[in-house]
Design a protein around this ligand. Structure first.
Ligand code: SF4
Ligand code: SF4
Length: 96
């Protein structure tokens, strides 16, 4: 059987080997689908920055006396809550 080479670009000039999501990026942000969000107990936070270090999407924000989160990009994974040595972060359910 003879193999036929596929053209690298389709008729619209889009590469044939891309997944659909790469051709049409979703406009959704993590805040649109997250089921849990982190809430900081400001009285417990000692600004050690462990949550900042571990957050995989770099959405931890430094405030004057505590660390907070950018909820537009937080994906609710809970890593910050698991790693906080002060147990100052609680993961709470998003409102339905
Ligand atoms: S890990 Fe906990 S104590 Fe440390 S900065 Fe973050 S919330 Fe505060
Ligand atoms: S829940 Fe996950 S994404 Fe959100 S701030 Fe914590 S570590 Fe970052």
């Amino acid at each position: 059987m003879k193999l036929q080479a596929r053209p690298f670009f389709d008729a619209a000039g889009i590469p044939n080997d891309l997944a659909p999501i790469a051709v049409e990026p979703s406009p959704m942000l993590p805040g649109d689908w997250r089921s849990l969000r982190p809430v900081v107990d400001r009285g417990k936070c000692v600004k050690c920055a462990v949550c900042w270090l571990y957050c995989p999407v770099q959405c931890v924000i430094e405030k004057a006396r505590w660390f907070d989160f950018d909820l537009a990009t937080c994906k609710g994974c809970g890593i910050c809550a698991a790693e906080c040595p002060q147990r100052a972060i609680a993961m709470v359910e998003e409102a339905a």
